[in-house]
Design a protein around this ligand. Structure first.
Ligand SMILES: [Zn+2]
Ligand SMILES: [Zn+2]
Length: 165
């Protein structure tokens, strides 16, 4: 939910930065390198897309992780009639950070081809990792340690110590 302050700020921003037109409402404020409008939100303490603000204000909230697609194909347009909510895969124009996460979450195999099933998956720093690949990395590490004449920690002990097994 947007706060009251955001609403007032957004109305002010849109009011001064949108040229009214029958068709597209062209954002006349600043743009990011990707060609979309960009505005600094004090409430979110970060950049916000003006077309998303316009949609949230005039149509309703955008569900978490979903994006807006420009039906008119004008990236600088903030006319909510020209915007449609899509999942990130449908929207080839705007792959964002959230899309990368969603696409990764949908992957069923690691880059080498091990299955991301329950027995072969561990979570580490918010990311999903492949246990089979981790075992390979650890046995390489063990060989390096042995080559130096030291005693490596057994892989299973290391994994259970670090909460990965
Ligand atoms: Zn438009
Ligand atoms: Zn793997």
């Amino acid at each position: 939910m947007m706060s009251h302050t955001t609403h007032i700020e957004a109305i002010g921003m849109l009011g001064s930065n949108v040229r009214d037109s029958w068709n597209c409402w062209y954002w006349t404020g600043s743009y990011s390198a990707s060609g979309y409008g960009q505005v600094w939100s004090r409430v979110h303490k970060g950049p916000k897309r003006p077309h998303r603000i316009a949609y949230e204000l005039l149509v309703g909230p955008i569900p978490e992780g979903l994006q807006l697609d420009h039906l008119c194909r004008v990236r600088g347009c903030v006319n909510p009639d020209h915007l449609r909510i899509v999942t990130c895969r449908e929207n080839s124009f705007a792959p964002g950070a959230r899309c990368v996460q969603a696409i990764n979450a949908a992957k069923t195999h690691c880059p080498v081809g091990h299955s991301y099933d329950k027995a072969n998956t561990y979570h580490h720093g918010g990311r999903r990792s492949c246990l089979a690949c981790q075992r390979v990395r650890l046995s390489r590490r063990d060989r390096r340690i042995s080559a130096r004449g030291a005693t490596p920690t057994p892989v299973a002990a290391y994994l259970s110590d670090t909460g990965k097994l």
